[in-house]
Design a binder for this molecule. Structure first.
Ligand code: UDP
Length: 366
């Protein structure tokens, strides 16, 4: 049977775009369908009416420990080697987060050596053989006081449920450090695409063997397109017409403001665990390094509406996902990828990894 395309990729975020590019480089003909009017998924960035480069779906800082992932992404951009720092606003003070020696000294108003911090924390942690949820993860690593100040409120706001109801992986993303390292991420490779994510994705998909259709929903055109393999990166429940009911996703309402001042806050991101309705404020110029006399910030209000940003890492959602997974296992010549397709709270580099791994598998199969 002759196919019009070797590969049909639904979705042009990291996972989809990676598979598409890798396979096109290997000589396959690829069709990419994108439901929205732009590529790049939730990494999408654009210049607003004030000339400031903003991330439309919230702050995206690229970081990875995998040299081959960094190398892959670096084919399409050079980097601003940005060092991301976050502060958490608690009781009127901006504390470095993840918690480290500097945080401890500000919090407990005394000096700490590394050994003193180890002993202070170990006196306060609650031991769990195997933490079963995100609350147990944090109190077993940092104790109840730090949990109450930095995690309980933020997590409730972010997810609409308490950390007790969330899988351990959610809060395990945030370590505790017995050093003075104020960086948010520990990965050796960190940066922001110098000319933005939009440019990066355009370069990635600009290939003689890749065709791209924007504003095209997979379900609307799937019967008209013949392809040897389908890679689907949208919501797996949507693919199966939600036969078992909708999977829950957490969305986000972003409120952007531009201020006639050079700087709004001292850091790229400030978290607000206990005050206000929003979880965090991002100042984009600090991420991108853009120089302007004015500045744009965004407030993030978690919600169950809007573009899905996160799968819900609860037991019941995972059980429902398991049922969809069984259906996926029965599908012929179809793979599910990315945050929505694999219903996993993965980072950008992990989406690339998924894409690279699948591309390799498909080269054996097709
Ligand atoms: N978190 C928290 N307080 C913080 C930062 C993070 O409680 O100051 C928890 C919260 O549950 C959050 C999770 O850790 O959803 C992961 O945080 P991360 O910054 O990785 O979230 P993302 O940037 O992916 O939204």
């Amino acid at each position: 049977m002759a196919f019009s395309y070797d590969i049909l990729v639904a979705g042009s975020g990291w996972a989809g775009a990676t598979v598409a590019r890798k396979l096109a480089d290997e000589g396959l003909r690829v069709l990419v369908l994108e439901r929205r009017n732009h590529i790049g998924g939730n990494c999408y960035d654009e210049y607003n009416e004030h000339g400031i480069l903003i991330h439309r779906y919230g702050p995206h800082i690229f970081h990875t420990k995998f040299p081959h992932v960094w190398e892959f992404a670096s084919q399409f951009t050079s980097w601003r080697l940005y060092r991301h720092e976050v502060r958490s606003y608690v009781d009127g003070t901006f504390f470095p987060i993840p918690v480290n020696l500097n945080t401890m000294e500000m919090l407990y108003r005394r000096n700490f050596t590394r050994e003193e911090m180890i002993s202070f924390i170990s006196d306060r942690v609650i031991h769990y053989e195997e933490p079963k949820n995100s609350h147990e993860v944090i109190v077993s690593q940092m104790g109840q006081d730090i949990y109450d100040k930095f995690f309980a409120g933020y997590t409730l706001k972010q997810w609409g449920v308490t950390a007790d109801e969330l899988e351990p992986e959610v809060c395990s993303r945030i370590p505790i450090r017995y050093t003075r390292d104020n960086r948010y991420f520990s990965d050796p490779y960190q940066g922001i695409p110098k000319e933005g994510y939009g440019r990066l994705f355009r370069r990635m998909l600009d290939h003689e063997r890749i065709s791209l259709l924007l504003k095209t929903d997979y379900s609307a055109v799937k019967d008209e397109i013949k392809a040897g393999w389908t890679v689907y990166t949208g919501g797996i429940d949507t693919f199966f017409n939600r036969v078992y009911g909708p999977l829950p996703y957490r969305g986000m309402r972003f409120v952007f403001e531009t201020h006639e001042q050079e700087s709004y806050q001292g850091w790229g991101v400030v978290n607000y665990p206990n005050d206000f309705g929003y979880t965090r404020i991002t100042e984009y110029k600090r991420l991108t390094g853009q120089e302007r006399s004015h500045t744009t910030i965004s407030f993030e209000y978690p919600s169950n509406n809007g573009e899905p940003c996160y799968p819900m890492p609860t037991k019941s959602a995972m059980a429902l996902y398991g049922r969809y997974c069984k259906l996926a296992g029965k599908m012929d010549r179809t793979s599910f990828l990315g945050r929505l397709g694999s219903y996993r709270y993965i980072n950008m580099d992990q989406a690339i990894l998924q894409g690279l791994d699948l591309a390799e598998e498909l080269l054996e199969l097709i």
